[in-house]
Ligand binder design. Sequence first.
Ligand code: SER
Length: 885
Amino acid sequence: MSGVNEIRSTFLNYFKKNGHEIVASSPLVPRNDPTLMFTNAGMVQFKNVFTGVEQRPYSRATTSQKCVRAGGKHNDLDNVGYTARHHTFFEMLGNFSFGDYFKEEAISLAWNLITREFGLSKDKLTVTVYHTDDAAFDLWKKVAGLPEERIIRIATSDNFWAMGDTGPCGPCSEIFYDHGDSIWGGPPGSPDEDGDRFIEIWNLVFMQFEQVTKEQRVDLPRPSIDTGMGLERLAAVLQGKHDNYDIDLFQTLIHASEEATGVKAEGQFRASHRVIADHLRSSSFLIADGVLPSNEGRGYVLRRIMRRAMRHAQLLGAKDPLMYRLLPALVREMGQAYPELIRAESLISETLKLEETRFRKTLERGLGLLGEATETLGEGDSLDGETAFKLYDTFGFPLDLTQDALRQRGISVDTEGFSAAMERQKAEARAHWSGSGDAATETIWFAVRDKVGATEFLGYETEKAEGVITALVRDGALVDSAGEGDAVSIVVNQTPFYAESGGQQGDTGTISGDGFTVSITDTQKKNDGVFVHIGTVTKGTAKKDAPVELSVDHVRRTRIRSNHSATHLLHEALRETLGTHVAQKGSLVAPDRLRFDFSHPKPISDKELAVIEDLANEIVLQNAPVTTRLMAVDDAIAEGAMALFGEKYGDEVRVVSMGTALHGEKAGKSYSTELCGGTHVRATGDIGLIRVVSEGAVAAGVRRLEALTGEAARRYLEEQDERVKAIAGVLKSTPAETLARVSALMDERRKLERELTEARKQLALAGPSSGGAQSETVNGVTFIGKVVSGVNPRDLKPLADDAKKTVGSGVVTFIGVSDDGKASAVVGVTDDLVGKYSAVDLVRIASAALGGAGGGGRPDMAQAGGPDGSRAEEAVSAVREALAG
Ligand code: SER
């Protein structure tokens, strides 16, 4: 007997031996199909390869594809737990030929695998073909040697497989396994075909056509093959079981749930353990692929699955959250085949725990209300829609949870009444809202939000995706189409474009559809989660309802990611260096730089800045993975996550952590942990390098850092380097010697300045023959009066002192004129004349002549300034006249 893991690898290796490429499962959230809620078949990732739009380097492939059938078109949720073969999550094994082999080889490969490799007896197998497909009929006879009565022609759509209303399609042939006459049922096409005896195990689709529109079907460029086999069903057959939940993988999960609850999977509890095992798989894989519980879209389907399981945990009497405790068993069973489970284990664990902790609070009260409301009801009755809506609205009971809770008692729910109650509440909210002032300008987005719901954001996982235009706005009004050159705002049901928030700028890129392209220059979030892509139609006509391909400018987004992660590292490095008073006050994460404002009372020294930069770069060099988790806001903050004071957070927050602290109390723990909705690098090494380029004040107590990362940082350093080289060139030196050379030059310059001042002083005092000062006698007093230029104002006084000494007895005046035309005056009076003249009075006279006022000093030496240096000679004359009396 082979285990599930062995069966999976036997299948893949068999096709590998037969020239097929083993291709990894694509994510559960399809990126190449806007109409599909979850990946529900192996061929989804190859849709465009079949139609010839996409080329791959191989023409044969094999996969084990993760599939979810819950919500959307295929919804098996309600049945799970109560039947032998319904799952919300399952694995589909498949082999594909893209215009390589066709029917004959497909049939022969399949027959060989199940009869030889897996050893199934030919007697147990029956096949079906599409009623007109004689070729397939003959091939089964020829290749498998099956008697004609076990090749059954089926005329219904059961044997014509189509992906959806449009897309690749073709007739198919199914292989059935006969579980024996102990089980009721007849072969396909017989009146008893709905019994459980003959079970379809493999569907071979002969892809021949593409359904382009409802009416038009064209041939595919080359006939192809798509097959799908449910791994769980095959495992049941190979393990001699009739029920999928009896295979090894499910038994391991069910045992884990039995152990954790102490309740055996028997009687009334059997279904609960099955629900838990199944829903644990779908929830964990969905979370690993980027879906988080929410009240809308995919997130709501996940929440419904999780809550349904949680109610069953409660039925088993679990006192504490149960699901997350079963996760290790799932990771052990499936982590090797799907490493994403291992990578996301802590995110899955915390998300499960959080949802269950919160939901348990209302679950019991809600069940109490449900009990009361249905006390008098019996089999065949129906619960009123109002109560079902109250359970939904007040206690968070998804409708299907209420239905599931009443199922065993045979009570249904009035779903129409439920929808009516929901509609009424929405209408009330709308009426209430339209009265509220300033938001009225955004009426249009409110209408859009109401009609199309919140946009599903795929951008944490991908930069390219397909979607459908749900609203098109031009000149402030909703329109059905917009032509070339029109400025438009576009809403799409799902998008990889990040809408500006938390300082991170909105994404740019292109949205293109059949014959048109819109260049997107910004993305903004409106009204509670509507992502608005703002841009211009550059080609063709954009139309509402058109399927489109959305592509984010990858280079720009990559730079933004680096700058955002670097912001977190700098934030932590600032706190580590300056203290925990550092708190974010503002932030800009742009493609070309980052700006971070934070509280700190004084400038940061160069030394501190160097330490901050070193610390942040230390984590860059760790190349540590950046991890994201979803937590309750209080738990996240208790764990030390940095949150912005005054910021409003939802109940659940995204927590981004990076690096391992190397120093201080946090050593060994996560280096940076922040509440953040932004997009980040995968590992810190992707940042490359962080370089702080400026530090300054923005307001009292708030400082600002600007920094560059990666290529921009490298280019900045290169420019600095070029500059040093250019300086070295001018100095005729080498970059390494520039500092010594410049210091020497500065010393030399200071020395020369000193010498020059001295020389000028000497010149000022020298005799007339050398252009120096000349003394004269005025009113019997020796007087030196001179205009000097090029002498520093502070050297005028020493000049006057020297002159006083030279004359012995007398009055000296020097007027200095600076390069910018201003003047300063100094007057000195020798001690013997101080009784007669005051230097202060005289300098004021000089200053007045220079257009100034004032001046000060002592009676023997005073100084003043004046704005008008052109009147220097007049100032000398004024002093002379004052002496003359
Ligand atoms: N696409 C087909 C199916 O889902 C075969 O893989 O059944």
